[in-house]
Design a protein around this ligand. Structure first.
Ligand SMILES: Cc1cc2nc3c(=O)[nH]c(=O)nc-3n(C[C@H](O)[C@H](O)[C@H](O)COP(=O)(O)OP(=O)(O)OC[C@H]3O[C@@H](n4cnc5c(N)ncnc54)[C@H](O)[C@@H]3O)c2cc1C
Length: 368
């Protein structure tokens, strides 16, 4: 039994079914409740990890090396495309301070064996002609990827269905360890299941399930993110090919292009657990994005959406055995990137084996 049908739970369900396990995926089936559908889909091992988070960086590097192969298998199994893009990330700067910060990031990327190419402003604008004329310079990270996270989750669901995963609509309220089995209470479906193994992959809400150890419940918190989706008017050519990251007035903004011309603009990071969109956030994101790429003012405003990242006290995910359960939660800002590697790790655990060494620092035992 797997609790939670976001990218983490669904990726695990698919891979577990592929190794021959009987899998039931329990989820309330409320798409408004999934960070996985709100995310931007950037797969950048460095951009989202802060200097000093070395263990997380090692894990992200494992994840990015695994993603293309996993995704190719997924597209084949589901018969659907996920919109994986390989052009890389172009980080741009407007003043001396931003440029210095970018140069430090470039040196760091190179020191860990990743590619990073410094570009002057003119070269940046050759790559992305709609960048603001004031762009001073940038760095192209060629190994970064991005995926259309909505298509990706749809493909995971289809692959899981084809592999024989059963689904149950409802919320798991309690998981209790018995002799050789776990008793699972599901509200909504009004059901009680008995399963040989239980995986808790319910995002930030994993901590609300009874029977999940207190240390894990305490470690998880929702981190609100507001994000925009803009679309091209019919007939207008795409205005972006790379993911662009910029620092504008000290605030970070990113623009992620999709194959169909959509541009995702994000995102706020707020220590709150509500899902209301605010006028101020929409204003700030649009203002900063337009400073970087003025042409986006020609695009159609399609959507503002709000998601709750599953945050943890040390920014790392929680993956491993705890009190007879398998926990796969707390993927914070990197859940799309980490989904394939997490599915591998949990499939190993379900089969009685150890996951790769990069997961050791993220075992539940480190908490508390
Ligand atoms: C604005 C924003 C931008 C982001 N951008 C990126 C990005 O560019 N790249 C990246 O890698 N990551 C990004 N993330 C982070 C990423 O979205 C998350 O880390 C990831 O989606 C977590 O996946 P999940 O499956 O654990 O959680 P979720 O997608 O939240 O899914 C959890 C599921 O569990 C279900 N659930 C809850 N309680 C229960 C219960 N009791 N029983 C059963 N089911 C339950 C929920 O209904 C939901 O379906 C972003 C997040 C946000 C908010």
């Amino acid at each position: 039994m797997i609790a939670g049908g976001g990218v983490i739970g669904t990726a695990i369900a698919w891979r577990a079914a592929l190794v021959g396990l009987a899998v039931t995926l329990v989820d309330p089936d409320d798409d408004a409740d999934k960070a996985s559908l709100v995310a931007a889909g950037m797969l950048g091992p460095v951009s989202e990890s802060v200097f000093g988070e070395r263990d997380l960086l090692n894990l992200n590097l494992l994840a990015i090396s695994r993603f293309p192969g996993f995704n190719a298998e997924l597209e084949q199994a589901a018969g659907q495309q996920t919109g994986l893009r390989t052009e890389g990330t172009l980080a741009v700067a407007y003043d001396g301070g931003d440029m210095a910060a970018l140069n430090r990031l470039t040196a760091f990327r190179r020191s860990i064996g990743l590619q990073a190419r410094e570009l002057d402003g003119r070269r940046c604008r050759e790559l992305e002609p709609f960048l603001a004329p004031g762009t001073r310079g940038g760095v192209l990270a060629t190994g970064d990827l991005s995926v259309d996270n909505r298509r990706y989750l749809a493909a995971l669901r289809e692959a899981a269905r084809k592999a024989g995963v059963a689904t149950l609509t409802g919320a798991v309220t309690a998981v209790r360890q018995g002799a050789g089995h776990v008793r699972v209470t599901v509200s909504g479906a009004d059901a009680e299941l008995s399963a040989p193994q239980a995986v808790v992959a319910a995002g930030w809400a994993a901590g609300k399930i009874d029977g999940v150890p207190e240390t894990i419940r305490k470690a998880l918190r929702p981190v609100k993110g507001q994000i925009l989706r803009l679309r091209h008017p019919r007939g207008m050519p795409p205005i972006l090919t790379h993911t662009v990251r910029a620092t504008v007035g000290g605030r970070d903004v990113y623009l992620v292009p999709r194959a169909d011309g959509e541009v995702v603009v994000g995102a706020t990071q707020e220590e709150r657990g509500d899902t209301t969109a605010t006028a101020g956030a929409v204003h700030d994101l649009l203002r900063d994005a337009m400073t970087a790429l003025p042409a986006i003012s020609e695009l159609t405003f399609a959507e503002v959406s709000v998601g709750l990242r599953p945050g943890t006290q040390d920014n790392g995910p929680i993956v491993g055995l705890a009190a007879g359960l398998i926990i796969a939660a707390g993927h914070f800002r990197n859940g799309i990137l980490l989904s394939a590697a997490t599915a591998d790790a949990v499939t190993e655990l379900l089969s009685g084996r150890e996951p790769s060494a990069q997961w050791l620092p993220f075992a539940p035992g480190r908490l508390g």
